[in-house]
Design a protein around this ligand. Structure first.
Ligand code: NAG
Ligand code: NAG
Ligand code: NAG
Ligand code: NAG
Ligand code: NAG
Length: 280
């Protein structure tokens, strides 16, 4: 945010400075200009090698004539002319550049240290501004991206960082873009790549998840047992009404046993004998 408030002042200063001596390059400048032109004309076919410059489709050239920005903005793409000795120019690449923000150790709002890294995509939107308003647009954007990442994540708690990456990316993109606007840089995308937790915390979280899963399993098993016992009681209630039913069930069990384990020998015991013991 500080960057935003600082730069417009600088810009205003620049513009005021430019407007005062708007007469141009001055009388010495004109003499130099005439001499240069004369030299170009005298050495005509060969001087073209020095005068004609080419920039690619995706590049622009910002030209300074005797230290002053040439009116008409950045030149290109294609051919443009410069006057040797008087002009200096800088090529600016307008293609989108991507770079990795190195892993940042961030303290979240709930006091957990996490290591976060991100990818930022940006491009130069206005070549003139990226040369005149900032010394090194690339480096400044990179440094600012790292600080913005820390600032944005410092206001979130861990669960938000893990679950809400889209919002965090969006928030970072808007605040970065706002800050780089005076530099003629457009930040197109920010992606949070990886959130690494400390190993101890990972273990604690795994243990917590396991415990909660186990607790749920136990509850489900207990509920099942409760239901089963109810059905069993109902069945027993019905069977007690006729003793023959119990006898039939007993025979059925024998049948099952003999089918499944035909090598086992069973001596059937009359169930009535058991009931005598049960009464005792
Ligand atoms: C770039 O910025 C300069 C200075 O603010 C402005 O005069 C020029 O029109 C801008 N160029 C484009 C393509 O927006
Ligand atoms: C920024 O980086 C890109 C690619 O790394 C390079 O082409 C461009 O010239 C750099 N711009 C400046 C102003 O250093
Ligand atoms: C994280 O922050 C949100 C709101 O900002 C809050 O609702 C939530 O309870 C917080 N979680 C923790 C674990 O502190
Ligand atoms: C995330 O974004 C959605 C929709 O854009 C919004 O409703 C939600 O409140 C945001 N969450 C946070 C924590 O800002
Ligand atoms: C016992 O059952 C198996 C298959 O379950 C069968 O192969 C075997 O012949 C049976 N034995 C007798 C004595 O019936």
């Amino acid at each position: 945010m500080e960057f935003v408030s600082d730069t417009p002042k600088d810009e205003a200063g620049n513009e005021n400075g430019q407007e005062e001596p708007s007469g141009g390059i001055g009388c010495c400048g004109y003499i130099l200009y005439a001499l240069s032109m004369l030299t170009i004309i005298i050495t005509f076919p060969f001087s073209l090698c020095l005068c004609i410059k080419v920039v690619q489709e995706y590049e622009r050239a910002v030209i300074f004539r005797l230290g002053r920005l040439l009116s008409g903005g950045a030149k290109g793409p294609g051919l443009f002319f410069i006057i040797p000795c008087m002009d200096s120019y800088t090529k600016v690449d307008l293609r989108t550049v991507s770079f990795d923000v190195p892993p940042q150790e961030v303290l979240t709002r709930d006091s957990v240290t996490v290591a976060v890294d991100a990818v930022v995509y940006y491009r130069v939107k206005n070549a003139t501004m990226s040369i005149t308003n900032v010394e090194d647009a690339n480096r400044s954007t990179r440094l600012l991206a790292a600080t913005t990442l820390r600032n944005v994540l410092g206001t979130k708690n861990l669960s938000e960082i893990l679950s809400d990456r889209e919002n965090i990316s969006h928030l970072m993109q808007t605040s970065l873009d706002e800050a780089t606007d005076p530099w003629g840089v457009k930040v197109e995308r920010v992606e949070v790549k990886d959130v690494r937790l400390p190993v101890q915390l990972q273990r604690a979280m795994a243990a917590e998840a396991e415990a909660s899963r186990e607790a749920r399993a136990k509850v489900i098993a207990a509920e099942g047992e409760q239901k089963a016992s109810k059905s069993l009681k109902e069945a027993a209630d019905i069977m007690i009404q006729s003793p023959a039913a119990l006898q039939l069930r007993y025979l059925q069990t024998l049948n099952t046993i003999s089918a499944e384990k035909n090598s086992t020998i069973i001596f059937p015991l009359p169930i009535d004998m058991l009931s005598v013991f049960m009464k005792k």
